[in-house]
Ligand binder design. Structure first.
Ligand SMILES: NC(=O)c1ccc[n+]([C@@H]2O[C@H](COP(=O)([O-])OP(=O)(O)OC[C@H]3O[C@@H](n4cnc5c(N)ncnc54)[C@H](OP(=O)(O)O)[C@@H]3O)[C@@H](O)[C@H]2O)c1
Length: 307
């Protein structure tokens, strides 16, 4: 683990963590940091080969328990249910869930159950996953859920009349909606945990601007090779590293922070730097939007969360 990751990650000895999208970028570096700090890490990945490569890296970093790789496609509710069952078979309890996986600004596609891909993967997939891992999280004396959002949440709006972009689809609008949904979810989960008298902590994090595979996925999907190369070059030059981008997640996952805290980089514009607690838009905190999104998410995923 890098010195900086060690500085922002407290001891995780004896804790078990699930990290979604752990084969690349922020998720991979979060998994490495948690394993190096003593956690047993379960990597939830949709591609077996990419997952196996990441597993080897996390294994090299692990200081205590061996990491595990389990298949997880967040764009398929059936895969999410199988993953939760697999985790339950492997482990008696879960201490930390990092809802990290994501796709950005994709052409309009649908998940296995017909949700718009970004809303379905980034928000609904993690909503369903959290619901199904909740019984295991409740087995931990100090359960924690960290959801990875984005600065882009600030331009987001939850379009309840057309959540899945069937009538009108804008790729960045759909991404911003999904990242705003991540924050609304994180805050509502914390609020419900408090009301239920649960010790669960729900926090959120964002990486600023980090050079990862995120920017390349959409151009790959619609075959825009020049855009893919351009985004990669710009990201390399202007973004911080994926390892730096993972620091807010590691800090939110392990530090002694107030319930519901949101962590991002401390540099100008929150684009880069070491982590600190940051603020989010007023829309992300709106109680009626939070509750309405929660109910709609329960209806769409057909699961409910009882923290
Ligand atoms: N990089 C940034 O500047 C930035 C800024 C703000 C927020 N974020 C957020 O940070 C998080 C991580 O992104 P990243 O930058 O690290 O990008 P990344 O390198 O592309 O990593 C995204 C991860 O999510 C996985 N994923 C995508 N769709 C999935 C699905 N249906 N099921 C399971 N896993 C899936 C990817 O798997 P594959 O490898 O199989 O595609 C990959 O492991 C995302 O939530 C993103 O919105 C990133």
């Amino acid at each position: 683990m890098s010195e900086l990751a060690a500085k922002w990650t407290s001891n995780q000895s004896g804790r078990v963590a699930v990290v979604t999208g752990a084969n690349s970028g922020i998720g991979l570096h979060a998994a490495i940091g948690l394993a190096a700090a003593g956690a047993q890490v379960i990597l939830g990945c949709r591609d077996a080969d990419r997952g196996a490569g990441a597993l080897a890296e996390v294994r090299r970093a692990a200081t205590e328990q061996e990491p595990l790789l389990l298949p997880l496609d967040l764009a398929d509710l059936d895969s999410i249910a199988r993953f939760a069952a697999d985790v339950g078979r492997e482990l008696p309890q879960l201490d930390l869930l990092v809802n990290n996986a994501g796709v950005m600004a994709t052409p309009r596609r649908e998940t296995a159950q017909g949700f718009e891909l970004q809303f379905g993967t980034n928000h609904l997939g993690h909503f369903a996953l959290t619901a199904q891992l909740m019984p295991l999280l409740k087995g931990s004396p100090t359960p924690r859920v960290v959801t990875v959002a984005s600065l882009v949440h600030r331009i987001g709006r939850i379009n309840f009349d057309d959540l899945n972009g069937r009538e009108h689809y804008r790729r960045w609008g759909a991404y911003a909606q999904s990242k705003l949904a991540n924050l609304l979810f994180a805050y509502e989960l914390q609020s419900r945990a408090v009301h239920a008298g649960s010790s669960l902590l729900s926090l959120a994090a964002h990486p600023g601007y980090a050079h990862t595979n995120l920017q390349a996925v959409a151009p790959q999907m619609d075959g825009r090779v020049r855009h893919e190369r351009l985004y990669a070059a710009v990201g390399k030059r202007t973004g911080q590293s994926a390892a730096m981008g993972a620091l807010p997640t590691l800090y939110a996952a392990t530090a002694n922070l107030r319930p519901g805290a949101y962590v991002g980089p401390s540099g100008p514009g929150e684009l880069r730097g070491e982590p600190r607690v940051v603020s989010s838009s007023s829309s992300s905190k709106d109680p009626s939007t939070r509750e309405r999104l929660w109910s709609v998410s329960e209806e769409l995923t057909r699961v409910s969360i009882a923290p």
